[in-house]
Design a protein around this ligand. Structure first.
Ligand SMILES: *Cc1c(COP(=O)(O)O)cnc(C)c1O
Length: 460
């Protein structure tokens, strides 16, 4: 009886809608407002039916709940977050951040018509490949280049065009799974080529490749073990030796470089990561790597190599299915353009700026954040931290960094982490040894005010 009475006294949707007015409500779209109001009323109904609610909350409280729900409904599920994890290429957080110039270029072509496939000189049709291919070849020293949607697509295209109907030889130690069920052996099957595995997990010799070459062989494949390392009793032939073997038998050598850095990261204390130019110089026939890993550009698959093979790839039917859009081209052009001058790339490309930030600068940044937090009334201390490159790149390298450890006050560190994560602009930190850390390596200048505001609200 009581329950029936309560259910009947739940306000009607239209009633509540008519009361939902004021600045906060006006900022929301009508659809979000409706969703918010419906959500709040549904929650009341459920609460009553389950027995959790024995009295209706006041009108104010219901409206407040509806407003919160409407605000949440308005938020896109894909939105900006603040990365305090110290993992520079965080795959779950969107890998690389574009430079200011690259993101401005994206906005420009997104909002307007563009020369995507139009040649203003002749006033006739142009090619979308022309915006990137020459620049990419000149920056890397390759004969020719092309771009597809991501590196997985690049590998798919290369193996389909060059291996179909035959065998591709690859080392057992390089049969990588890169995540999301993308495994080299499976992708070979998908591309219609037979994998000819050679060597052992830890050791593959040049003669292993040579012994496997036969009339069905179409190519030799090298895969950069970007997301894991085999250490200890291990060996594989040098790239130049493999290329020489390929030449001897008239077979192309293909390399999936994975992360693909254009600068030598040894300068940043990151060893063990080959550069793209090294592979080009070694004479590898076709090389592919990601646009949004160490290059620091948009999601893309960059393909470089000998002209005869790149031409073949461009003509393959899959190339059309895997082509990139104008926004990717715009972002990639600006990113690659910065690389024409190494110094400029280090300043402008966020991935490089983050990886190359010197320890004392990071320490100073942490101190600045600590002071800003103190001013906002939140306690924190600066602590040394260890970050990661991430994105399945340089897996054994920890990069020394600095962080602020935020005092959770009356909260537990887990509760603090959850509160900060659930803000409209989510803040993602890291819990280490019982402390809530925000690693400053991956924070952007503009994040500081938002962090202070959120932390203050969370701990108060
Ligand atoms: C990351 C990676 C890929 C996939 O690249 P995406 O750009 O994410 O598609 C392929 N191969 C290797 C070795 C990788 O490290």
């Amino acid at each position: 009886m009581e329950q029936q009475h309560l259910l009947r006294s739940i306000p009607k949707v239209d009633e509540l809608l008519s009361e939902a007015s004021g600045v906060a409500w006006e900022a929301l779209s009508p659809a979000a407002v409706r969703d918010g109001v419906r959500g709040a009323l549904d929650a009341l109904r459920e609460g009553i039916l389950s027995g959790a609610l024995s009295a209706l909350p006041g009108r104010e409280a219901i409206l407040e709940d509806a407003l919160a729900r409407a605000g949440a409904a308005e938020l896109p599920s894909l939105r900006r977050v603040i990365n305090g994890t110290g993992v520079v290429l965080h795959t779950n957080l969107g890998r690389s951040c574009l430079s200011a110039r690259a993101s401005a270029a994206v906005a420009e072509v997104a909002r307007h018509y563009s020369t995507l496939e139009y040649d203003v000189e002749s006033g006739s049709r142009g090619s979308r490949h022309d915006h990137i291919d020459g620049l990419l070849a000149s920056v890397t020293g390759a004969e020719a280049a092309m771009v597809v949607n991501n590196n997985a697509a690049a590998v798919l295209l290369i193996l389909s065009a060059m291996g179909r109907g035959g065998e591709v030889v690859a080392s057992r130690g390089e049969l990588v799974e890169i995540g999301g069920s993308f495994r080299i052996p499976d992708i070979m099957t998908q591309c219609g080529c037979a994998l000819r595995e050679v060597g052992a997990t830890n050791k593959t010799h040049l003669f292993d490749y040579e012994n496997a070459i036969g009339p069905e062989t179409r190519a030799l494949l090298r895969v950069h073990t970007s997301n894991f390392r085999i250490v200890g009793f291990c060996e594989r032939p040098g790239l130049a030796e493999l290329v020489e073997l390929g030449r001897k038998h008239g077979l192309p050598v293909i390399e999936d470089l994975g992360s693909g850095s254009l600068v030598d990261l040894a300068a940043f204390g990151i060893h063990d990561e080959p550069t793209v130019q090294q592979s080009v110089r070694a004479g590898v026939d076709v090389i592919s790597f990601s646009g949004d890993k160490l290059l620091g550009g948009p999601q893309a698959g960059l393909i470089l190599g000998k002209k005869q093979y790149i031409e073949k790839l461009k003509k393959h039917p899959l190339a059309r299915a895997l082509r990139v859009d104008k926004m990717t081209i715009a972002a990639l052009r600006e990113t690659l353009w910065a690389y024409r001058d190494g110094e400029r790339a280090r300043e402008q490309v966020p991935v490089l700026a983050m990886l190359g930030a010197p320890e004392d600068a990071l320490r100073a940044r942490a101190e600045k954040l600590r002071l800003a937090l103190a001013e906002a009334g939140a306690q924190a201390q600066t602590v040394p931290a260890e970050g990661q490159v991430g994105g399945g790149s340089c897996p054994t390298q920890l990069v020394r960094s600095w962080a602020v450890a935020v005092d959770p006050g009356a909260l537990t560190v887990d509760a603090l982490a959850e509160k900060l994560r659930r803000f409209p602009l989510p803040i993602i930190g890291r819990i280490s040894q019982g402390q809530y850390l925000l690693d400053v390596r991956t924070l952007l200048e503009e994040d500081v005010d938002d962090i202070c505001r959120a932390v203050k609200e969370a701990v108060s």
